[in-house]
Design a protein around this ligand. Structure first.
Ligand SMILES: [Cu+2]
Length: 110
């Protein structure tokens, strides 16, 4: 039946958009740097040798962050909803990692 093949649009609209994040010494890569407003799932992979974390900032204020550090070779997921159009900063807050290059931007666009 057609109803089985095509889920309702409302269901699709609620699904979180996945955003891959790669972290290493000392860089932070966002594999989907532009997203639409709504629910996101940041899939964080630590590709390095040190522990890293991930915090999301908007206008210098923290809007979300991982609750635990990510171990070398480990992964973590951060679920959040970003409704405001604009540019968000993703940073690692461990030691001086941000200053050494662990920062990136995520843009929420219409
Ligand atoms: Cu780090």
């Amino acid at each position: 039946m057609l109803a089985d093949a095509a889920p309702p649009v409302a269901h699709l609209a609620r699904a979180a958009t996945s955003v891959g994040i790669g972290e290493r010494e000392f860089a932070l890569a966002v594999y989907r740097p532009r997203v639409h407003p709504g629910a996101l799932k940041l899939n964080v992979q630590n590709l390095g040798e040190d522990v890293h974390d991930l915090v999301v900032l908007h206008g210098g204020k923290r809007v979300a962050g991982l609750t635990e550090v990510v171990k070398p070779g480990g992964t973590a997921a951060l679920r959040l909803t970003l409704r405001k159009i604009g540019t968000y900063q993703l940073v690692c807050t461990i030691a001086d990692h941000e200053a050494r290059g662990m920062h990136a931007t995520l843009r929420v666009v219409r």
